[in-house]
Design a protein around this ligand. Structure first.
Ligand SMILES: [Zn+2]
Length: 736
C-alpha cells in the first residue's frame, strides 16, 4: 500500500465515521445512549402486532348492536376486562349512571298539500345478515332531542348553518313558527336544531342528501359503500359546545349518589324536537315545497327542483323518548410503571356504537387492544414501561362523549396531577395518517411517523401523508391539526388541560355507513380496511407514541411548534378583523349607492339590506408582547443540555414539564361555557366539531362583541404569560 493510498483510505474511513455519527438516530426525549434501546423495544413491539386478532375481535364486537345500556355492551365490557387482565393489566370497570333517551314514538308525516308517512326504517340488504337483526337494531333518531309534537309549514334551510340563515334573510324568509328541513354536513349536526330554535323554528328534520352521501357520491350499499335510499345517520344533538357528558351532572362525575339536575333544566337537551331521515323519506317533503327555487349551492342530488318554502308543504312531527338512567361501563386497565408509577400515559378509544359500529368505533378499539396486548407481553418478559400506562375503553361516547367525560370529571384532581398525556383513537380505515392535538407533541409524533411503514406503499406514513398534502396543493410540513371536538379527547384537553392527541388512518375508506345499520363487519371487510393492515399500522403508531412517552428520559414536549402555531392563529384572527372591516365598508357603500336594489330581479322577492355597524380597531399588542417574551424563554429552555442533568434533576424537570398544557387553561373557562377551560383550542359555539383556535378572542370578534373581545385579548395574554412563567420555572431546575 502506498502512502497516498493509506491517506486516502484513512480519509474515506473518517468520512464514513462522520457520516454515521451524523446519522445516528436522535429521538426527542432520549439520551443518546438510550436511543438504540428504545428503538429495539419498539421494533420488538411492532413484531408482535397481529392482523388476525384485529379481524376476529371485530367479528365478535360488531356481531350485535351495543349502544350504551344494552346487554351486549355490558358483555363486551366484561370480555375486554378479561382480556386486559390476561395480558397482565390491573383492570376494572368504572360505572356511571347516565341519562340516555331511547326512542318510544317517532312520527313524521306530510299533511298538506298531499300526504306521506315517513317510513323511518332502513332495509336489510342481501349479503349482510347483520342488517337483518330486526328489533335489536336501534331505531334511527337524534339523541337528546327533546320530546314534542308540532305541526307547521316546512322550510328548506340548506345545511342550517349561520350563512344559510343570512341567505334566507335576504329573501325575506323567516322560520319563526315553522319546521325546518336541513341537509346533513356543513357543520356538526347538533348546530342545526340549536340554530333553528334560536331563529324561532319549532321543529327540525335532518336528512342525508344523495349529493353529499348517496348515489351521487358512489354506488350504494350493498352494491357499493355509499348510503342507499333508506339509510339514516343516527347521532347526538346534545349541545356539546356548551358542555359534553351526562346532561344532568355538568362538571362532576355521574356517580350513583351525585346530585342531578331536573331534566327540564338540563341546558344541553335541544329546545325543539329533531329527527334524522333518509333521502327516500325526504323527497316527498321537499317535492311538496313551493316558494322560491333554492340557490344553486343549496340544491342536492334528488331528481326534483329544490324549493325553499315556506309551505305549502305542512308536516306533523311527534317524538317521545324513554328517558332513563343507564349504566355506562368504562374499562380501565393499568400497567404500573417500573420507575415512575405516578406519571400516567393514558390511551383511549370508545367501545359503544350506535348499531354494530364495525368502523365506528370497533376498528379503533381492536387496534388499541392489540397494542395493549403487545405492550403487556413485553412487560411480562421484563420490558415494563418506566411510566404507568392506562388503557381505557369508553362507553357512551356516541350520545355525547359521556363515559370519558364523567370519568375525567370524577378523577379530575388526580388526573391533573398524574397525567402526562392522553392519546385517543376512534374509527380507522385504509389511507393516510391523520393526527391532531397539542402542538407541544408535534416533534415527537413527527419522529414516530418517520419510522412506521405505510402498508400499501412501503414508505413511511409521514412521507405518504406529505406526498398527498403536496399533490393537493399543500406544503411539505408535518403539522398537527387543532382539536375541536367529536371524540373522547375533549374532556382531557379542553376541560382538564392534559396534553392530547387524536390519531387514525383514512381517506381511502369512503362510504355512507356512518351511524347507520350498515356499519357492519361485512361492509368493513369489503370497503374499509379488508386486511386490517391499517388497523395494525394504527396499533404500531399509537404504541410507539405511548412507549416513547412512557420511557423518555425527558418528556418529549417541544414548545417551539406550539409558539409557532399560536403565532399563525394570531395572524389569522388579526387578518379576519381586517377583512371584516373591509366587507362592512363595502356593504355600506353599496347601500349608499342603492346598488342592491338596482341589481335585484324585480320578479323575485327582495328585502332592502340594512347598514352594518363599523368594525372598531382592536389592540392586539398585549398578546404580541406575550408572544415575544415566550420566544425568548423557550430559547432559554431549549439551551438546557439533557446530558448535563442528574437523574434527580431530570425527575424534577419531568414532574413540572408534564403539567405544561395546564398552563394554557383558565379556571373560569370561556365566555358562556365555563366547562371549556383551554384558551388555545375549543370546538366552535356555532360549528360544533369544527375547531375555533384562540376561541375567546376569535368568537368574540365573529359575534361582534367588541367589549368581550378586548377582555379576551387580556385573558389570552395572561394565559400566554402563565405558560411563560411555567417554562421559566423549568429553566431554573438545572441550577437547583
Ligand atoms: Zn366513534
Amino acid at each position: 500500500m502506498t502512502k497516498t493510498n493509506l491517506y486516502k483510505k484513512t480519509f474515506t474511513l473518517l468520512l464514513i465515521l462522520l457520516f454515521l455519527s451524523l446519522n445516528a438516530q436522535n429521538i426527542k426525549g432520549f439520551k443518546p445512549e438510550n436511543v438504540q434501546k428504545q428503538l429495539d423495544l419498539e421494533t420488538a413491539f411492532e413484531s408482535k402486532i397481529s392482523t388476525a386478532n384485529l379481524d376476529s375481535w371485530m367479528k365478535k364486537m360488531a356481531a350485535r348492536p351495543h349502544y350504551v345500556g344494552t346487554e351486549y355492551g355490558k358483555e363486551l365490557a366484561e370480555w375486554m376486562l378479561k382480556q386486559f387482565k390476561s395480558w397482565g393489566y390491573d383492570a376494572k370497570i368504572e360505572t356511571y349512571q347516565v341519562l340516555f333517551p331511547y326512542p318510544k314514538v317517532r312520527v313524521l308525516e306530510l299533511t298538506e298539500p298531499t300526504t306521506y308517512k315517513a317510513k323511518l326504517t332502513a332495509v336489510p340488504v342481501e349479503g349482510d345478515a347483520y342488517t337483518a337483526q330486526g328489533d335489536e337494531l336501534l331505531p334511527s333518531y337524534n339523541a337528546f332531542s327533546t320530546d314534542g309534537e308540532v305541526e307547521s309549514e316546512l322550510v328548506f334551510v340548506n345545511y342550517g348553518i349561520p350563512a344559510d340563515y343570512e341567505a334566507l334573510d335576504k329573501l325575506g324568509i323567516d322560520v319563526k313558527g315553522k319546521i325546518v328541513i336541513a341537509k346533513y354536513y356543513g357543520s356538526w349536526r347538533g348546530i342545526k336544531p340549536k340554530l333553528a330554535a334560536e331563529k324561532g323554528a319549532i321543529g327540525c328534520i335532518i336528512y342525508s342528501d344523495p349529493k353529499d352521501d348517496g348515489y351521487v357520491t358512489g354506488d350504494v350499499y350493498p352494491k357499493g359503500a355509499f348510503k342507499n335510499k333508506t339509510g339514516v345517520q343516527r347521532g347526538s344533538v346534545m349541545d356539546m359546545p356548551l358542555y359534553p357528558g351526562d346532561v344532568l351532572t355538568p362538571g362532576y362525575g355521574a356517580t350513583p349518589e351525585a346530585e342531578r339536575l331536573n331534566r327540564k333544566d338540563a341546558p344541553t337537551i335541544t329546545k325543539i324536537p329533531v329527527l334524522p331521515i333518509s333521502y327516500e323519506d325526504a323527497q316527498p317533503l321537499l317535492e311538496a315545497l313551493g316558494g322560491p327555487v333554492a340557490p344553486d349551492a343549496w340544491r342536492g342530488g334528488l331528481p326534483i327542483t329544490y324549493h325553499i318554502g315556506p309551505g305549502p308543504a305542512k308536516v306533523h312531527l311527534k317524538l317521545e323518548f324513554d328517558w332513563q338512567l343507564k349504566p355506562a361501563y368504562n374499562v380501565i386497565a393499568t400497567l404500573t410503571g417500573s420507575e415512575f408509577p405516578d406519571e400516567w400515559v393514558l390511551r383511549g378509544n370508545h367501545h359503544d356504537a350506535w348499531v354494530h359500529g364495525a368502523a365506528d368505533p370497533v376498528s379503533g378499539m381492536v387496534a388499541l387492544m392489540e397494542e395493549a396486548r403487545a405492550v403487556g407481553e413485553l412487560a411480562k418478559k421484563g420490558q415494563r414501561p418506566r411510566r404507568t400506562l392506562v388503557y381505557c375503553a369508553w362507553d357512551a361516547e356516541e350520545p355525547g362523549l359521556i363515559g370519558s367525560t364523567e370519568w375525567v370529571e370524577h378523577h379530575k384532581g388526580e388526573l391533573q396531577e398524574k397525567a402526562v398525556a392522553y392519546i385517543n383513537t376512534d374509527g380507522n380505515g385504509r389511507g393516510f395518517f391523520n393526527v391532531g392535538g397539542s402542538h407541544t407533541l408535534q416533534t415527537m409524533v413527527s419522529e414516530v411517523a418517520e419510522v412506521v411503514t405505510d402498508p400499501q406503499k412501503g414508505v413511511s406514513i409521514k412521507e405518504r401523508k406529505i406526498a398527498r398534502d403536496m399533490v393537493n396543493g399543500g406544503d411539505d410540513k408535518f403539522e398537527l391539526y387543532a382539536l375541536g371536538s367529536g371524540s373522547d379527547y375533549t374532556p382531557f384537553i379542553q376541560h382538564a388541560g392534559i396534553a392530547s392527541l387524536n390519531l387514525g388512518f383514512g381517506g381511502e375508506n369512503a362510504g355512507g355507513e356512518y351511524h347507520t345499520i350498515y356499519d357492519t363487519y361485512s361492509h368493513y371487510k369489503r370497503f374499509k380496511d379488508p386486511e386490517f393492515e391499517y388497523g395494525a399500522a394504527l396499533s404500531k403508531t399509537a404504541g410507539r407514541i405511548v412507549l416513547r412517552l412512557a420511557n423518555a428520559d425527558i418528556l418529549p414536549f417541544n414548545f417551539d411548534p406550539l409558539r409557532e402555531t399560536i403565532a399563525t392563529y394570531l395572524e389569522e384572527v388579526m387578518k379576519s378583523c381586517e377583512s371584516m372591516r373591509k366587507e362592512v365598508e363595502k356593504h355600506n357603500k353599496l347601500i349608499e349607492e342603492n346598488a342592491f336594489y338596482l341589481a335585484a330581479d324585480p320578479a323575485k322577492p327582495f328585502v332592502r339590506p340594512e347598514k352594518k355597524e363599523n368594525i372598531p380597531y382592536l389592540d392586539f399588542t398585549p398578546i404580541q408582547n406575550s408572544m415575544m417574551d415566550l420566544e425568548a424563554t423557550i430559547a432559554k429552555f431549549n439551551a438546557i443540555k439533557l446530558n448535563s442533568l442528574s437523574d434527580k434533576q431530570l425527575e424534577a424537570l419531568n414532574k413540572q414539564l408534564m403539567h405544561s398544557e395546564l398552563a394554557l387553561t383558565n379556571a373560569s373557562g370561556l365566555p358562556r361555557r365555563s366547562w371549556y377551560k383551554h384558551q388555545i383550542y375549543a370546538p366552535g359555539f356555532y360549528t360544533g366539531y369544527g375547531v375555533k383556535t384562540l376561541p375567546g378572542v376569535r368568537e368574540a370578534i365573529e359575534q361582534k362583541e367588541w367589549q368581550e373581545a378586548r377582555e379576551q385579548i387580556k385573558i389570552l395574554a395572561q394565559t400566554l404569560n402563565k405558560l411563560d412563567d411555567h417554562i421559566e420555572s423549568l429553566c431554573s431546575i438545572p441550577s437547583k
